[in-house]
Design a protein around this ligand. Structure first.
Ligand SMILES: Cc1cc2nc3c(=O)[nH]c(=O)nc-3n(C[C@H](O)[C@H](O)[C@H](O)COP(=O)(O)OP(=O)(O)OC[C@H]3O[C@@H](n4cnc5c(N)ncnc54)[C@H](O)[C@@H]3O)c2cc1C
Length: 291
């Protein structure tokens, strides 16, 4: 293993603020399994509460310019992994096709957390079931770029969610790429008591509607109900080709909701997370039609 002289370490571990992407990838590679990226730190800072051990070495990625930019192109938008929720919500304001993501980033947690938490951290915290950006990006058909010192690959978000807890040491989520399409979108989340709470359940919706008002294409994703957010493919299939009617969509969602196995927690029983899904589908459909 090569030793990077820039890495400052002491008996209690180290915290290295990477000035560039190559420097971050070098450091992560050198540290191997003893190191990890540090983005906003809002998940890492609560490791003790979850009885998780901190890593010996952290590589802070928040000062890397190319990871902190949102590029809005003609066919795609590219979001650097270290873009904060607040910055992302601001960058997407005025782009209705990304309303679902602007709402996910702009309504999660609370204002102070949103200035720190990053989109890359939101997707990478594998034990965090309530991440708002996961269902929002699933319904937008996003891809992610993973880089290491020696290579770079782009994969679908669904694949990343399956492998993220086993991401090899030295690998970093660097960008999220989202295709641009004419679509109506909405993000419906139910916090337990008030804004600032983790959501009990989330329904994200992206729908293209033809001139006869029929659903031409649709992606629906559910977050916070199961340990990992996922698409609701059966509901998508049931809505395809029909006029998007919120009442009908709610009815179909109620018929199909038993495919979800809710997760239990001290705040919310598993059954409750599943039981609120039809009403969240209604809220998402109403909001999308009005967007
Ligand atoms: C009180 C509170 C309430 C919150 N409520 C919500 C909420 O309702 N909805 C919501 O979505 N979020 C919420 N959050 C924020 C949530 O913690 C973050 O959205 C996110 O999960 C972590 O982002 P981060 O940038 O802080 O990541 P960090 O804490 O820095 O890192 C999280 C994990 O991901 C890894 N990691 C980070 N970046 C990368 C990368 N680029 N590549 C590979 N691995 C990486 C880290 O090593 C670590 O394991 C809340 C936070 C707090 C403190």
């Amino acid at each position: 293993m090569t030793t990077n002289p820039l890495l400052q370490s002491g008996p209690a571990g180290s915290f290295y603020v990477a000035p560039s992407l190559p420097a971050a990838l070098d450091a992560l590679s050198d540290y191997g399994a003893a190191g990890a990226p540090f983005a906003g730190g809002t998940w890492i800072m609560r490791s003790a509460i979850r009885h998780e051990q901190l890593k010996a070495h952290y590589v802070a990625i928040g000062k890397i310019p190319e990871l902190s930019a949102v590029q809005i192109g003609t066919d795609t938008i590219e979001i650097g992994a270290a873009v904060t929720h607040a910055a992302l919500a601001m960058a997407l304001a005025g782009l209705p096709e990304f309303g679902v993501l602007a709402a996910a980033a702009g309504r999660s947690a609370n204002p102070a957390i949103r200035t720190m938490a990053t989109i890359g951290g939101n997707l990478s915290a594998s034990a965090f079931a309530a991440a708002d950006c996961v269902p929002a990006l699933l319904c937008l058909n996003a891809e992610v770029e993973i880089a290491s010192r020696n290579d770079r690959e782009r994969i679908g978000l669904e694949q990343f969610l399956r492998m993220r807890s086993r991401l090899a040491p030295g690998r970093l989520l660097t960008r999220i790429v989202v295709p641009r399409n004419a679509r109506k979108t909405a993000h419906a989340r139910l916090p337990l008591r008030q804004s600032g709470d983790y959501p009990v359940a989330i329904v994200s919706l992206a729908v293209a509607i033809d001139p006869a008002n029929r659903v031409q294409a649709v992606r629906i994703a559910v977050g916070s109900v199961e340990p990992v957010g996922r698409r609701w493919v059966r509901l998508e299939a049931a809505l395809l080709g029909h006029v998007l009617d919120p009442t009908q969509a709610t009815k179909v969602a109620a018929e199909l909701a038993d495919e979800f196995t809710g997760r239990d927690s001290v705040e919310v029983p598993a059954w409750y997370r599943v039981s609120v899904l039809p009403s969240l589908v209604r809220r998402a459909a109403v909001a999308a039609l009005g967007s």
